[in-house]
Unconditional design. Sequence first.
Length: 193
Amino acid sequence: QGLAPIHLAAIHGRLECLKFLVEKLKIDVDLASSTGWRPIHLCISNQTGRRSFACLSYLLSQGANPSVANEDGVTPLHQAASEGHVLCLKALIEAGGVLDGVDRRGHKPLDLAKLWGHRKCARILATEQWHQDKEVMSVEMAYLKHMKMNQVLKEMDAEDEMKADQEFYGDIAFKQWMDNKGLNQRTESASTK
């Protein structure tokens, strides 16, 4: 059915088999099945209970991608949300799993948690999404504040430059006016007496 031994070890929560396959036989921890399922997807199941979390933790420690999607766009977070597996969900979030990934049906992990009635998973996902959105907004606000400050500084520099230009050209214009009126010669001759 397109599954390799590493996939079967993950499905059945066989941690020692996973360790043997990854560490001794050097099997790729993100090896895809024929339909794109990875061991990190397959180990997340309520049927395997605590072994799911142990296998997931091991796979993450070995560099498994917490956001990898199968052919249907299902990520490990989708899998944990639909299974209602809170520990796996938290581990994936801590590992940097993408919260707003959309599967082929247009569902985010939060949608699946709600659909399957996994309230705790839904609360965790909603809270984490809120925190991430808040951080993004904070970064955007800091950037806008920085851009505004740069704009103010540029305007101040331009204003100072314009004043300096006005003084310089004003002095030149005044001297030319004085020369045209013959006033510079009188002040020079008066100052020499």
